[in-house]
Design a protein around this ligand. Sequence first.
Ligand code: ZN
Length: 467
Amino acid sequence: MNSATRPAMLTIYNSLTRTKEPFRPLVAGKVRMYVCGMTVYDYCHLGHARVMVAFDMVVRYLRARGFEVTYVRNITDIDDKIIKRAAERGEKVGALTARFIEAMHEDEQALGVLPPDEEPRATEYMPQILDMIVALEKRGYAYRAPNADVYYRVRKFGPYGVLSGKSVDDLRVGARVEVGEDKEDPLDFVLWKSAKPGEPQWPSAWGPGRPGWHIECSAMSTTCLGAHFDIHGGGRDLQFPHHENEIAQSEGATGEKFVNTWMHVGFVRVNEEKMSKSLGNFFTVREVLKAYDAEVVRYFILASHYRSPLDYSNDSLDQAKQGLARLYTALKDLPAAQVVPETMWEEQFYAAMDDDFGTPAAVAALFSLAHEINRVRTTDAAIAARLGATLRRLGGVLGLLEREPEEFLQGSAPAGFSAEDIERLIAARLAARKARNFGEADRIRDDLKDKGIVLEDGPGGTTWRRL
Ligand SMILES: [Zn+2]
């Protein structure tokens, strides 16, 4: 679709203003976007997968809409949890993080998540982190406590609480000082932790130590994208305190506005509770991919709006599997063709996506298109083929429907029953029919059906799919 016919504006819900706003990048046509990535001490669970897939969808859509996007997603590779896990396992911190970075990349690739343009790691940005703390200290926002930790002086930053929508007084009520902390105010947060024996450490003006988590993201985003950029995203749980603290650090250090649009992805829930490591109710991506095709998991994530809670259950994944199978079934046996331009489905799809990345309505447009393909395929194969090309193209904007329909519909064979076995039975059935032994042919077909395999006889021969 050419942009001249597209509705003029993409709107995005901005967590900072709590409204949907027309999206206007700082530089026309170019988008700079930063997303908080993984802390790499374990395998990704479905909550992490949702954040990765949601922002992958955002980047793909912005590009489909003609924006030039620079997408930065960081890796936190130094942190209390990493140090603790490495010590528990008797492993070097670098070996542990390297292993889980590799695992994360494998999970991403399986889920069709494109690699970000830059993937900065905290340990590689130590000079920039230290520079930012120096700038904060010069401007009165940072202080070295008697225990040699360096803290951020929250009450000095007037707009603090702007992202979470809370006043400093409200926030102070819930703030706690942990054992060993040495703050002027319970809300102050650590920028630099003084080194403890045996921990990874870097030299600094305040003594050897390592950075706090929040300052890493301020330093990496500002270094990669500049002091002021368009979109900053992450999971909803990062809105406070992590992103609130990033604003305080970056704006405190540079004196400039930090980010125009803040985007937050909703939780994945299990039985109405947030899926998280701390609650122990999480499923790793690896576990889920043993039972479900990765594209089904991607579809499951995208069929809900990115800001809504996403309820995980086998039922909802089974439904996702059926939904995706319906779309692939519409594409089955369609020859390649040119896209029909300017269809109402395309209009519907883009209008849905322009409304704060409304993937549920965009997916509904794909179903409406699939329905039309099925309606016309026997009467007008050429139109069906061209609509099929549109369905593939729009699916591709979401990173879906990029495989051969047969490959998806046949899926992986059940245990002890390979695709070759099925093909052999189809050949045996064909031979039985040629010998006019219809009883035997029907028996083979019914046996397969009992095992969840449906045979379909068409002009090009017999194909099969899963029920
Ligand atoms: Zn972050």
